[in-house]
Ligand binder design. Structure first.
Ligand SMILES: Nc1nc2c(c(=O)[nH]1)N=C([C@H](O)[C@H](O)COP(=O)(O)OP(=O)(O)OP(=O)(O)O)CN2
Length: 162
């Protein structure tokens, strides 16, 4: 059985600024607002005879690129049961409880999640970070934990295990 170790990466620079609103029900949601969202991971892998797991610099680059994908956008939950989303050439028209807000398509990302919450974003990022099975095999990664924060000392956590 290989010796396992875990590496945690939660650098201050792993963050992105994005607007959202949390939807609590068909009739209740927050107003549109923003956070400096933080991203962290804990990756469990095999430690080799050289006392080295995978080179964690690999994931610093991957996580920086992931943060850049969502920086300075409004994030909308495309799979929310409580939103109706239509579009024209320049705008998404997002309706909740009969009230519609137009959002510039150039400034908005529709994400395949049910809500823009720390828990849903953690799950969404985990899916992206663990979908390349060959990459996980090559680095001999056994488990992956993703944490997303919308403010200090509160995290949504999603976990994958081989
Ligand atoms: N289960 C969840 N509940 C809530 C979420 C969430 O993502 N998952 N999100 C929100 C709101 O988006 C809220 O804006 C989050 O920010 P908040 O908790 O207010 O963050 P602060 O850092 O300002 O927290 P303070 O305790 O006020 O300092 C609500 N619920």
């Amino acid at each position: 059985m290989p010796r396992l170790t875990s590496i945690e990466i939660c650098k201050q620079y792993l963050h992105f600024s994005a607007a959202h609103f949390t939807i609590f029900s068909a009739t209740d949601r927050e107003r549109l607002h923003g956070h400096n969202w933080r991203l962290g991971v804990e990756i469990t892998g095999e430690i080799d005879e050289n006392g080295l797991c995978f080179d964690y610099a690999i994931y610093k680059r991957i996580l920086k690129d992931l943060c850049a994908k969502y920086d300075e956008y409004t994030l909308i939950a495309q799979q929310s049961p409580h939103l109706k989303i239509s579009e024209d050439e320049d705008f998404y028209h997002v309706t909740h409880n009969g009230r519609t807000q137009p959002l510039l398509k150039t400034d908005t990302l529709l994400l395949p999640v049910k809500n823009i919450t720390i828990e849903e974003l953690a799950g969404y990022f985990l899916t992206q970070l663990t979908e390349d099975a060959a990459h996980l095999d090559a680095l001999k990664i056994h488990a992956f934990e993703v944490r997303v924060s919308s403010g200090p000392d509160q995290w949504g956590i999603a976990r994958w295990r081989r």
